[in-house]
Design a protein around this ligand. Structure first.
Ligand code: 46X
Length: 331
C-alpha cells in the first residue's frame, strides 16, 4: 500500500498543512505533520467555544466508526510551551488515499492560545516515534506505525518547498522528486525523535568545511533552523549587518543585506545539502522595519539542534522507520 498528499505552506512557510479525512462519513481537517512529536490530535466539538477561532472541529458523535477509549486521556506540551489535551477515540483516518482503520484520534478538550490563534491549523499528525505519545493509561501508535506493516516500503518522505505546495509520500520513494543520490544516516530513536549526526557544515560556496559533529533532530513541526552557537557565529560573521538582538530574541540583519551566504550541512559520505541564502532570511522583525530575523538561530535554549523547515525545504528527506535511518538528497 502507499499514499501521497500535498502539503501547503502558510505565509512565511511558518508551517505546512495537509488535508486529512477522519471518521464516517469523513470529516476533512487541515493538519500539521510534525516529525518532532507523536500525538495525532485534533480540534474537536469537545472544546469550549472560547478556545475555537475558525478551526474545523472533529465531531466523534457524528462518526459511526468512532469508539471512545473510556478512561484514556492525553496532554502534550511542546518546546515552545504551547499545549493541548483531551480524550482519545479510535476512528478511521485517511491521508493521501492511505487509510488506517483503527487510529487513535486524540480529541482536544483544551488548547493553549497559540493554537486558538492559528485558525488554519486544525491539529497535528505526530510522526515521531510512538514511545513519546502522551496518551494514558497506555500510549498509542502513530499513524505511520499503524500503516507501516501494510506499506510497500517502511518509509515516508517529506518534500517541503519554499513558498509553494510540496508533498508527503507514504510507503515509497518518488525517484522523480530529487536529484543525485540519497545519502542515508543512522537514526537514534531512543528519545522518540528522528535524531541523527551531521558531520559538519560550510558557510558559503567558497568557505572551508568545518568537521564538527552536529547532533540534532529532523523536525517538520519547527519553522526555523536551530544550530549550536558556534555554527551560528560562523554564519552570521559573514553577514556585514548581522547582530544578535536580545530584544528581538535572536540574530537579525538588514533585509537588503546582499551578503547572506548559502549554508551547507553535511549528511555523510561527503554529501552536503545547500540551503540558499534566501531561505535564511525569515521575516521583517517588525512592520516597516529594515531589519530581518534570521532563519538560523541558536539551539542553546533547546539543548540539541533542530533541523526545521528552513533546512528541510532545501532537501528531499526519507524518514525510514523500518531501518531507523534518514535519507537526504538535493532536489
Ligand atoms: N515547540 C515546538 C515544536 C517542535 N519542536 N516540534 N513541533 C513543535 N510544535 C508543533 C506545534 C507547536 C509546536
Amino acid at each position: 500500500d502507499r499514499g501521497s498528499v500535498q502539503n501547503t505552506p502558510k505565509s512565511y512557510d511558518v508551517e505546512y498543512l495537509m488535508p486529512v479525512s477522519i471518521g464516517t462519513p469523513s470529516q476533512q481537517l487541515n493538519l500539521d505533520l510534525d516529525t518532532g512529536s507523536s500525538d495525532l490530535w485534533v480540534f474537536s466539538t469537545l472544546l469550549k467555544e472560547s478556545m475555537v477561532n475558525g478551526q474545523t472541529l472533529y465531531d466523534p458523535n457524528a462518526s459511526t466508526t468512532a469508539d471512545k477509549m473510556e478512561g484514556y486521556t492525553w496532554k502534550i506540551t511542546y518546546g515552545d510551551q504551547s499545549y493541548s489535551s483531551g480524550d482519545v477515540y479510535i476512528d478511521t483516518v485517511t491521508i493521501g488515499d492511505l487509510t488506517v482503520s483503527t487510529q487513535a484520534v486524540e480529541a482536544a478538550k483544551e488548547v493553549s492560545e497559540e493554537f486558538t490563534a492559528d485558525s488554519d491549523n486544525d491539529g497535528l499528525v505526530g510522526l515521531g516515534f510512538g514511545i513519546i505519545n502522551t496518551a494514558k493509561p497506555y500510549k498509542q501508535k502513530t499513524f505511520f506505525e499503524k500503516a507501516m506493516p501494510g506499506l510497500d516500503s517502511p518509509v515516508f518522505t517529506a518534500d517541503l518547498k519554499a513558498g509553494a505546495p510540496g508533498r508527503y509520500n507514504f510507503g515509497y520513494i518518488d525517484d522523480g522528486a530529487y536529484s543525485g543520490n540519497i545519502t542515508y544516516v543512522p537514526v537514534n530513536s531512543t528519545d522518540g525523535f528522528w535524531r541523527w549526526v551531521s558531520p559538519g557544515f560550510q558557510v558559503g560556496s567558497t568557505g572551508s568545511f568545518n568537521s564538527t559533529r552536529i547532533h540534532g533532530i529532523a523536525d517538520t513541526g519547527t519553522t526555523l533552523l536551530l544550530l549550536p552557537d558556534g555554527v551560528c557565529e560562523a554564519f552570521y560573521s559573514q553577514i556585514a549587518s548581522a547582530e544578535y538582538e536580545p530584544s528581538q530574541g535572536g540574530y537579525t540583519f538588514e533585509c537588503d543585506d546582499s551578503t547572506i551566504p548559502d549554508f551547507y550541512f553535511g549528511t555523510g559520505n561527503g554529501q552536503m545539502i545547500r540551503i540558499p541564502g534566501s531561505y535564511l532570511s525569515y521575516s521583517k522583525t517588525d512592520t516597516g522595519s529594515s531589519r530581518c530575523f534570521g532563519g538560523m538561530q541558536s539551539d542553546s535554549g533547546v539543548g540539541f539542534t533542530i533541523w526545521g523547515d528552513i533546512a528541510l525545504k532545501a532537501a528531499f528527506v526519507v524518514f525510514d522507520q523500518g531501518n531507523e535511518q534518514l535519507g537526504w538528497a538535493e532536489k
